[in-house]
Design a protein around this ligand. Structure first.
Ligand SMILES: [Zn+2]
Length: 415
């Protein structure tokens, strides 16, 4: 999100660098072109112009020589690399009960990080102030641990709710009381004194996943990144671009209606939502009921031991062969599978990546979701489709927030 309120906009750390230098730097940063020739082809600029721009970027501390590319005959062409050490990127993950903070280099590689118990219900002012205080300390630690970073400073924020792509403000987030319409970007920029971008958590995770894929030199063009956590959401990559939709709500599938019955009330206030059947909070709601009703001795004894159930208890129940835990997991996977079948038909991704505790810890979750997608989506959409589970969701989010912020500096986009 690049929207900023002029009154609270800190100086852009790259304001003195010409847009053409930023364009060339960004091609190298994203790996889309790394030689004079390929940059000239990508931009339509002459090779001499490209050489001059590269020199300017080297002088600005953004690029460094990186040896040579494989030759296609004759002398191997020189290549450059983006200087990830040109600055530091801060990442703020605002979760339901925790704040996840880190400082990374400009490639998104973590230098120091911290997870703080912090309920989102304390509201945006207190939460962002807490994040800023702790990040100031983390920045100092990062500079001590790895001295010599350049002066660029940016921050990315990941929010567990819908974010208006035009204003950067959360809009009616069901589980974030006090955050509706709040100027997260302006407030964080004033506190941190650096440019800030914000997006919905699963979009941020998708960006982090893509950064990893680029590093592994994997080509990813059409992908669905689905987070099955407390809530459920999807990040959409279409033709190599993160698809936000007209207002930023694309992929927010947690509140599509999946049952016609009115008996399942969602935390958004409506009934029959995907999340109210398959989300972590819904699974726990039913796990608690089953435990207190004595349906599952396994969960009952867990509940008696600790006074509260967590999704880890349900996962442990599945591993221990508890029928009710298995039923709850399969029910969640079935609802997610049906939603995925619809999304796969709509978007025809080459890959679906599932993140979150249950898909990660219970192999049956993937099996059920996969089977439903194969049964329900068109053969043309599924014949090359690969559905997999990642255990790196939190890491993707952390890295994605940093990369998002860095990307906004160079091209005003999110990747
Ligand atoms: Zn809902």
């Amino acid at each position: 999100m690049t929207h900023t309120d002029p009154a609270t906009t800190p100086a852009n750390p790259l304001a003195g660098v010409s847009p053409d230098v930023l364009t060339v730097t960004n091609l190298i940063r994203t790996g889309r072109a790394v030689t004079r020739q390929t940059i000239a082809e990508a931009t339509g600029m002459g090779r001499n112009t490209v050489s001059a721009l590269i020199n300017d970027a080297v002088d600005a501390g953004l690029l460094a020589p990186d040896g040579s590319a494989p030759s296609t005959g004759g002398r191997a062409p020189a290549t450059w690399r983006f200087r990830a050490e040109a600055g530091l990127a801060l990442s703020i993950g605002v979760h339901t009960t925790t704040l996840r903070l880190s400082v990374a280099d400009l490639s998104g590689t973590t230098i120091v990080s911290e997870v703080v118990d912090w309920p989102i219900t304390r509201g945006p002012e207190a939460t962002l102030a807490e994040a800023a205080t702790r990040l100031a300390a983390l920045l100092a630690r990062a500079e001590q641990a790895r001295p010599g970073h350049g002066p660029v400073r940016v921050a990315g924020i990941s929010l567990t709710g819908p974010v208006d792509r035009h204003s950067g403000r959360p809009i009616a987030p069901p589980i974030m009381p006090g955050w509706d319409g709040f100027d997260v970007v302006g407030t964080a920029q004033a506190l941190l004194d650096m440019p800030v971008v914000v997006d919905n958590d699963v979009n941020v995770m998708l960006v982090g996943f893509l950064a990893g894929a680029t590093e592994r030199q994997e080509q990813v063009e059409d992908l669905l990144y689905v987070q099955v956590g407390t809530g459920i959401g999807a990040g959409l990559l279409a033709s190599g671009r993160v698809h936000h939709g007209a207002d930023g709500a694309a992929g927010d599938i947690g509140h599509v209606r999946v049952t016609t019955g009115d008996q399942v009330i969602c935390r958004c206030g409506r009934t029959g939502c995907l999340e109210a059947v398959a989300g972590g909070w819904a699974v726990l709601r039913d796990a608690r009921r089953a435990a207190t009703e004595g349906v599952t001795p396994f969960l009952r004894s867990r509940l008696e031991q600790t006074g509260e159930l967590s999704i880890e208890d349900v996962i442990a129940g599945v591993a221990a062969g508890d029928t009710e835990c298995l039923t709850l997991t399969v029910r969640s996977a079935t609802a997610v599978g049906n939603a995925l079948a619809m999304l796969v038909s709509l978007l025809n991704p080459a890959r679906v990546v599932l993140a979150g505790h249950m898909p990660q810890a219970c192999p049956i979750f993937l099996e059920v979701a996969q089977r439903i997608v194969e049964e329900r989506a068109l053969g043309l959409a599924t014949r090359n489709l690969r559905i997999s589970v990642t255990s790196e969701g939190l890491e993707d989010e952390r890295r994605g927030a940093a990369v998002l912020a860095v990307s906004a500096l160079f091209d005003g986009e999110r990747r």
